[in-house]
Write a protein that binds this ligand. Structure first.
Ligand SMILES: NC(=O)CC[C@H](N)C(=O)O
Length: 398
């Protein structure tokens, strides 16, 4: 929830970050002035703040940047990953006073103010991060201007009255209302599209359809509430579910949709929320991590190849699946499944691969915006999966 009471920030305007356990960090306003509430999380990316801010998976989250200097390259119109900034609030140590970059079209401070995003600067982000890491991510508020002058108790009560992330259903809030198509020809692909997929937007980042399109895949992006008929209407060779905000335990509609798609033997690839939905469709549970994984420097082991990837991540929940070997999926009709990828920081499940149906997913972000490109091979793996499914279906038809 954001309540902006007056205009752009003046850098001497007081601001305070209040955590739900009563810890307070006083600083100065950044971006819009007013009040905002959300879940405080930390992100460890050294670069790519525009991609972070515009990632719809950050809806309702107050993002603390561990990189101390933010805003130095300004903002441009090329890097956003969606139509707007989604973070509920923004916490930085040292905000750049003046942007300097050949692509810069304006200052981050002004852009945050223009979009009504309340932030705070001049706080000890290292101390905040350590606190969240030791205690867990928690509800928080940023209060600036006259709102920062209210009593500590009033501010804390407001934070304690806000909704927790557990149980939040947010994908519908950030998804598109109308479907649209991303054409390979608009992304450098020459010739006819090779495949067509239906991609459900649960908070999709624009780089994801781009990565498909540049490989010759036509992408029909569909709203979060789409049905099996909507999916089949585009004649898909494959099905995709995107990243997105909120608690995967609330995504019953999408779990039911994915099950019906898997029952049709349409190849599936999921990213992040799409990985959690595959986990649930197979019958596993999900749970909230203590402080999550957010940043563009997260090491993951591909257990099939033994290779380590440095990945971009943004998740607060994870799939609860057994790490040892292929196991039968709790939903028996889907056969065996294995945890294909695992976090090298804490052994959290980072990928699932089905052995008896054409479906796999990862918890991290191979679209790499921002972030390293190590995991781009996953888009090719999905193309190979669609290819072999098409071949085996045409052989069956003979
Ligand atoms: N980026 C994502 O898709 C995040 C998925 C889910 N909202 C989580 O926090 O774990």
């Amino acid at each position: 929830m954001t309540d902006v009471t007056n205009g752009a920030a003046n850098h001497n305007t007081p601001a305070v970050l209040v955590l739900e356990d009563g810890r307070m960090f006083r600083g100065r306003s950044y971006g819009a002035v007013g009040t905002t509430l959300g879940e405080a999380v930390f992100a460890t990316g050294m670069t790519g703040y525009q991609e972070t801010l515009t990632d719809p998976s950050y809806d309702r989250q107050i993002v603390v940047q561990t990189a101390p200097h933010i805003g130095n390259t300004g903002v441009n119109t090329e890097d956003p990953e969606s139509r707007r900034i989604w973070v509920a609030g923004y916490v930085v140590r040292d905000a750049a006073r003046r942007p300097s970059n050949w692509r810069s079209e304006g200052s981050l401070d002004e852009e945050l103010a223009r979009q009504g995003v309340v932030g705070i600067q001049g706080v000890d982000t290292r101390a905040i991060t350590r606190h969240l890491r030791e205690h867990r991510t928690m509800r928080a508020g940023i209060f600036s201007g006259s709102d920062a002058e209210r009593s500590d108790k009033e501010l804390l009560d407001e934070v304690l009255g806000s909704a927790p992330m557990e149980g939040s259903r947010l994908a519908e809030e950030v998804s598109v209302d109308e479907s649209y198509t991303v054409e390979p020809g608009d992304h450098g692909w020459e010739g006819e599209p090779r495949f067509t997929i239906a991609a459900v937007d649960l908070g999709i980042k624009s780089m994801t359809p781009h990565r498909f399109a540049e490989r010759g895949v036509r992408v029909h992006v569909l709203p979060a509430s789409s049905t099996l008929d909507d999916v089949k209407a585009v004649g898909p060779d494959g099905f995709f579910m995107s990243n997105g905000p909120g608690d995967p335990a609330t995504a019953d509609g999408q779990v039911a949709l994915l099950r019906s798609v898997l029952d049709e033997k349409i190849p599936y690839f999921g990213i992040c929320f799409g990985n959690q939905i595959l986990g649930r469709a197979l019958g596993f549970g999900t749970y909230k991590l203590r402080y999550g994984h957010r940043g563009i420097n997260q090491p993951v082991l591909d257990r099939r190849t033994g290779k380590v990837e440095i990945t971009s991540q943004n998740h607060g929940f994870a799939v609860d699946a057994p790490l040892d070997g292929p196991t039968p999926a709790p939903e028996e009709r889907y056969g065996r499944v294995e945890v294909s990828h695992v976090s090298l920081n804490d052994q959290v499940v980072e990928g699932l691969a089905c052995l008896d149906i054409p479906a796999f997913s990862v918890q991290y972000h191979p679209e790499a915006a921002a972030g390293p490109h190590d995991a781009a091979y996953l888009f090719d793996r999905f193309i190979d999966l669609m290819d072999s499914q098409k071949t085996s279906q045409s052989e069956e038809a003979k």
